[in-house]
Design a protein around this ligand. Sequence first.
Ligand code: FE
Length: 257
Amino acid sequence: MANELFNNGKHICVKFSDLSDSDKSQAAVQSNQFLIVSDGHGALIDPGGNMTYNALMMGMGKYFHFRKLNYIFASHQDPDIVASINKWLVGTECKVLAPAIWERFLPHFCSVGNTEDRIIGIPDQGMNIKLGDATIKAIPAHFLHSEGNFQFYDVTSKILFSGDLGASLVHHDLAAEPVTDFASHLPTMLPFHRRYMTSNKACRFWANMARTLDIESIVPQHGRSFVGKPMVDQFISWVENLECGIDLMTQDNYRVP
Ligand code: FE
């Protein structure tokens, strides 16, 4: 299902939430893919793996012809984020923007020669990206969860596409619905964040930075979105206080089996 997150007639943000398991296979985690179209320019955020390629190519057609795609933005290097890039590189003339520390790893998803001058490394400090007249900010979110990790803040819609931060593991029927009750949503997020996020130190740095942005919605790559400033503030405060990853590790996690 394509879900319009923002549309002012000239600038559109679309969320696709049911492509990754459209084959009804329960083996793959539900994931969201995003399209931003601005005045005739198009970018995909975290387009996913091979199982989403055909469905996304067709699903985005209502908004933008896939062959004219300008950019793919990759939050990090995982298979559910960019395993499909070889197909996008062959089918379009797009450039892929991905964390600089992963730039030389991504060609392993691709055929030899396909990535030449097509992958642009986002420096550790982040960058501003122009999509037509619109600006998308690549925001550092290192260790949340990948060592080199970016979120994408769309200045026009004030949506923060947060990658795995905020991810919830829910059925695809639910993934299109924004969170309404934070406390009852928590069990779908907590185990994932405790294991996949690295440490509270990174969480606190991120929360401090996030509070300097004017955010209307936080939209993760798995599961449900956080819409409206009260929900966004609640989410940021939760992240700030989250104990996760190495905070929770003890010698018991490092024993020879
Ligand atoms: Fe990941």
